[in-house]
Design a protein around this ligand. Sequence first.
Ligand code: CUA
Length: 341
Amino acid sequence: MTGATPRILVAVIAAIAAFGAGAARAAEKVVRTPSMFDPASTPAEAIDSYTMLVVAICAAIFLVVGGLLAFAVVRFRARPGDEGREPPQIYGSNQIELAWTVIPVLIVVILALVTARTILDLQKDERPEGWLAITATGHQWWWEFHYPTLGITTANELHIPVGQATFLDLESQDVIHSFWVPQLSGKTDVVPNRTNHLWMEAREPGLYVGQCAEFCGTQHAYMLLRVFVDTKEDFERWVASQQEQAAVAAAVGPGREIFENTACVNCHTVRGTGARGRFGPDLTHLMSRTTIGAGVAPNDRASLVEWVTRPDHLKPGVLMPAMQLEPARIELLVDYLVSLR
Ligand code: CUA
């Protein structure tokens, strides 16, 4: 049930898109182009086969109807000598009437059954041995990821183990967002005061990108998602390092003091310190992430200095205010931030 033509078309479009995005990503590790036609997880595969079946049926209908139309136009066109002559007047055909009633009904029944089966597959609730639970919370404009069974909270970059069913509870802190990593699962809305569910089971390790797919305000387009599908060993190593308390290095004491005595602590958490804010991302292991600001900039010293100095320069509309610190104090603060490994 895989129509070759739509796949080729999609491959061409994906190649053009990849060419544009490729330059920016070339330096990073294996990033999969976010195409829903290149599934890498069980639910995404179900959506892909379903889409291909619907496209194939619609293409067949188009060819039959278009072919008959073209045939009738050519075969029964006006010819020289036809002027002034009425075409033969006929009454319809019961057989044809029956055929074009019954066949569409059958097609609709098939589409309805396949749709219902795919929806049930996507909403399955039976949890296999060793499943992983994650709560993803949408905020304007970043993602919070909490692993309730592992005691980990991180932001914007999700880590999941390859080949293991992962069930996400999707919640929103403010407005409606939508969680979408095309290769791993279907797009699912993230709605305030409601918990939606989604699952994925990635087949191959790699970095899968996605983004918020529901307009949620100024920075909707920069509410990016990265999902690192790790091997079992890499995932265990990541979990162990995330479970540690924040690093405490004496050398960055002055920066830590600035952090703890400005408004930073109202919005951010650093486990093991007095900073327990929940409004912004958890910074306990800030430097384990590759980007900041939900994907607007690489997570390096220069971007962090820029971010703390003028957050709305990197991300216009961001809810984090500029702290109005002198440059020397910002350097000290960033010394502390980059020590949070
Ligand atoms: Cu969140 Cu768009």
